[in-house]
Design a protein around this ligand. Structure first.
Ligand code: DAH
Length: 339
């Protein structure tokens, strides 16, 4: 057999193979390298040659094997690349295809309300003070003029951790901590979570409050009214009226409960204001002299007002949400309604 013609013949066959020629390629390899393939036959034929021709012929066959091997390796790689290209093309990746959009989250409605209020008060010169959620009886009650046997404790059913340690029931505790650290003039808000053993459609064991405190010389109830008046107009609309009702909180004297005219009906009476024309939004008052004195602030020199509001409550009023649980369930369909 002519070695050169084997080489050219193989070259031609390989060149003719394109994509999907794997079977022909395998057959060619068996034909060349198989047990009874061309190369094996050539080796066998060596025994018929005269001894002096054998080494040269043997080397020629071996050279041929090396060349054929190299050619086949090269072809194998090419066929592999072609197969990958074919598979990719067959997959038909369509970049224009519609797929479900990534769900984009949104802020929780209570966070939105808290941010809006915080921005308002910070814009009016208040600092934001963060106070602990785990509190002592002293800061949560006693320093706010609520001694251990005071009946006002009944209004705030408390989660005690152990004797003297509790989950704060009101952000008012932040007033005391702040007044112990900073001396007047003071203008601060303290937003945060509070906890009470309460659970129905308008009460949750965890909810959010925002406390406000202003202490300076010559602060009066008029200043409180002015501050809350402009706050209410900002929050509920320019036409909003504010009404003070006498009330009682141990840490303020006098104390008031503050209503705003209904933003929904303007005071005529509707579902939102339960036909009263007014919506109660917070408690407030002039800081009790005992509270100031307890924090080392001279009540003859300084006076101040304080207010505290429920952020969940305001969110519920604005969003006409009638069950506080909806704010905790985190059903994204509900949350997205308030985007
Ligand atoms: N801490 C009161 C509560 O949780 C709310 C409150 C009333 C805060 C009057 C005040 C205030 O600062 O002056 O019910």
């Amino acid at each position: 057999m002519d070695l050169n013609s084997i080489l050219t013949e193989t070259e031609q066959k390989l060149a003719a193979m394109g994509a999907n020629s794997e079977r022909e390629f395998a057959a060619l390899k068996t034909y060349l390298f198989g047990k009874s393939g061309v190369l094996t036959e050539l080796m066998k034929s060596l025994k018929d040659l005269p001894p002096d021709k054998k080494p040269q012929a043997g080397k020629a066959i071996n050279d041929l094997r090396v060349k054929l091997n190299a050619m086949c390796d090269e072809k194998e790689k090419q066929l592999h690349r072609l197969a990958i290209d074919a598979a990719l093309n067959a997959d038909g990746i369509d970049l224009s295809i519609d797929k479900p959009e990534h769900a984009v989250g949104c802020k929780h409605p209570v966070s939105v309300v808290r941010k809006k209020l915080t921005d308002y008060f910070v814009g009016n010169g208040y600092i934001v003070y963060d106070s602990p959620e785990i509190e002592t009886d002293y800061y949560n009650f006693q320093a706010l003029n609520v001694p251990p046997d005071h009946p006002a404790r009944d209004m705030q059913d408390t989660f005690f951790i152990n004797e003297g340690i509790l989950l704060r029931t009101q952000t008012s505790a932040g007033q005391i901590r702040l007044m112990e650290k900073f001396k007047p003039p003071i203008k601060m808000i303290c937003p945060g979570r509070v906890f009470r053993n309460d659970d129905d459609s308008t009460h949750s064991p965890v909810f959010h409050q925002m406390e406000g405190l202003v202490i300076d010389k010559n602060v009066t109830l008029c200043d409180l009214k002015g501050a809350l008046d402009s706050f209410a107009k900002f929050m509920f609309g320019e036409q909003t009226q504010v009404r003070f009702r006498p009330s009682y909180f141990p840490f303020t004297e006098p104390s008031v409960e503050v209503d705003v005219s209904c933003f929904n009906c303007g005071g005529a009476g509707c579902r939102v204001c339960k036909n009263t024309g007014w919506i109660e939004i917070l408690g407030a008052g002039m800081v009790n002299r005992k509270v100031l004195a307890g924090c080392g602030i001279d009540p003859d020199e300084y006076r101040g007002f304080a207010f505290g509001m429920g952020l969940d409550r305001i969110t519920m009023i604005l969003g006409e949400i009638n069950d506080i649980k909806l704010l905790w369930e985190n059903d994204v369909r509900f949350l997205h309604m308030f985007k």
